[in-house]
Design a binder for this molecule. Structure first.
Ligand SMILES: [Fe+2]
Ligand SMILES: [Fe+2]
Length: 492
């Protein structure tokens, strides 16, 4: 089970009703009587995208100086990825991709207040987002660099500069602290977990909140830049599904990714962030390619964790083993991801990492009408495996709301099941999920619930329990410990 009396301090950032003086329950507490609390809608703030012209989104470097500098963890404390971009992206009908070999990928680093004596070389790439349709603009990125630092000490402050010294294009000095050594009494102090961050004025308040709380690590549970809410000409929309029904392909405006990288640099050049893909990262383009921006822009410890894909991987943060799962790639028992997950879970030593935390984008246990039971096929395939290995907590995004479950397995309260936490309202422009599937008239028609991209249909009526014979409960389900409602009278 990996239960441990050590309190895992996690900042739930899109949990905007959070009262700092309240006692945060541990996973050992409960089950709690289901409660629905009023949502303070003033926290919804300003879910409007920062405009393309916002000064925070502009390129501030010249030539081949690094920009969009960010960090990711490798599998253990002793290794960290540094990523950045050099050169300018191009967008238009005639684009000419840059040659990634023209700019080197070097990080010079050392312990804080000592000489910078170490260096590591990495690799570089460019990616393109191509739409072979007249009138749509193609995009090719600046040169993206990824360098893996190795041989680092645990819980140690490092300084680094990145760039190409032969072009006299090294960045300023940045700092980061490595994770503590993995062990049952060794944890990062604070981890920020955010879903569906986006690049809005609300994102600004989430990011400011993160920055002022000094997290040691940021976990982004999918739906990152929302570049796919734009046409290739840079015109935005507020609704993914209803947007641009007449265009030949679902378009994106890839510069929004560059804007996101620039906007986030002050935070993520010093705090490592770990990203798992959401549906807004699919970004279908020519030749049916998907997830290209996501897979190119971020560094992942896929190879280090035995995964052959950027869409799923694992890593340790002190005494926590994180499993990052892909909901938008095969999760079937016969597929590569499932086999990798079996191997990964079998290799976890709970004496070293007592906490086992999993994340993926669309939740299995959400009682909101939006996306209700949408990822049911994934749950059917993978829930037993996670349960058998005693996963403690699961974080999901996608549903733009907050909900915390009791420990649950197969829709039934179970002291050995994980606690599921949905935190899908990190700041994006999407409408907040406010209705619950168990309220009169809000239970969706089952055939409408599967996600188009994930496909499949597994969400049949319940066969046992209080909702037997039905698709939705007729009251807040027992597995839902706490959720929100905009209505004045709270249904406790
Ligand atoms: Fe999503
Ligand atoms: Fe989202």
């Amino acid at each position: 089970m990996g239960l441990n009396s050590v309190r895992l301090n996690i900042i739930i950032l899109s949990l905007l009703f959070y009262v700092s003086s309240a006692e945060i329950p541990t996973t050992l507490d409960g089950p709690f009587k289901p409660v629905t609390i009023p949502l303070d809608q003033s926290f919804r703030g300003n879910a409007v995208d920062l405009p393309n012209t916002d000064p925070l989104l502009q390129r501030k470097v010249e030539g081949f100086y690094p920009e969009q500098i960010s960090l990711s963890l490798s599998t253990n404390y002793d290794s960290v990825w540094v990523s950045w971009i050099t050169g300018e992206f191009q967008i238009g009908e005639n684009i000419d991709p840059l040659d990634p070999d023209t700019v080197g990928s070097l990080v010079q680093y050392g312990e804080f207040q000592k000489l910078i004596t170490e260096e590591a070389w990495g690799y570089s790439l460019v990616y393109s987002q191509l739409y072979p349709f007249e009138g749509l603009q193609n995009y090719t990125s600046g040169i993206i660099h990824h360098v893996r630092l190795t041989g680092l000490k645990p819980n140690t402050l490092y300084q680094y500069q990145c760039g190409d010294p032969y072009l006299a294009a090294m960045s300023g000095v940045h700092y980061f602290r490595t994770m503590p050594v993995s062990g049952p009494k060794s944890y990062p102090s604070r981890i920020a977990v955010v879903g569906d961050l986006g690049l809005t004025y609300n994102t600004t308040s989430t990011v400011n909140h993160m920055t002022s709380n000094h997290p040691d690590l940021i976990v982004l549970v999918g739906d990152v830049s929302y570049a796919d809410m734009y046409l290739t000409n840079g015109t935005g929309s507020d609704c993914y599904k209803c947007s641009f029904p007449d265009t030949p392909i679902h378009e994106t405006y890839q510069p929004r990714w560059d804007y996101w990288g620039r906007y986030m640099q002050p935070l993520i050049s010093s705090v490592p962030k770990m990203v798992i893909e959401g549906d807004h990262e699919i970004e279908l383009q020519a030749e049916n390619m998907t997830f290209v921006a996501y897979s190119s822009r971020f560094a992942f410890p896929s190879e280090e964790s035995g995964s052959s894909s950027t869409l799923y991987y694992s890593f340790n943060a002190g005494g926590i083993h994180f499993i990052m799962l892909g909901a938008y790639i095969s999760y079937n028992k016969s597929g590569d991801q499932y086999k990798w997950l079996e191997r990964d879970l079998a290799s976890v030593d709970r004496a070293v990492t007592p906490w086992l935390v999993a994340t993926w984008h669309p939740p299995w246990y959400s009682t909101y009408t939006a996306h209700y039971r949408e990822a049911e096929c994934m749950r059917v395939e993978m829930e037993d495996l996670l349960y058998n290995y005693g996963v403690d907590m699961v974080f999901n995004g996608h549903v733009d709301a907050y909900e915390r479950s009791n420990r649950v397995y197969n829709y039934t309260l179970d002291p050995c099941g994980p606690v599921y936490i949905t935190i899908g309202d990190g700041g994006n422009t999407e409408t907040m999920a406010i209705t619950h599937a168990d309220e009169p008239g809000n239970c969706p028609e089952p055939s409408t619930t599967p996600d188009d991209f994930m496909g499949g249909f597994c969400a049949f009526n319940f066969t046992s329990g209080p909702a037997a014979g039905r698709f939705c409960w007729d009251r807040q389900p027992d597995y839902s410990a706490l959720r929100e409602t905009p209505k004045v009278s709270s249904g406790a």
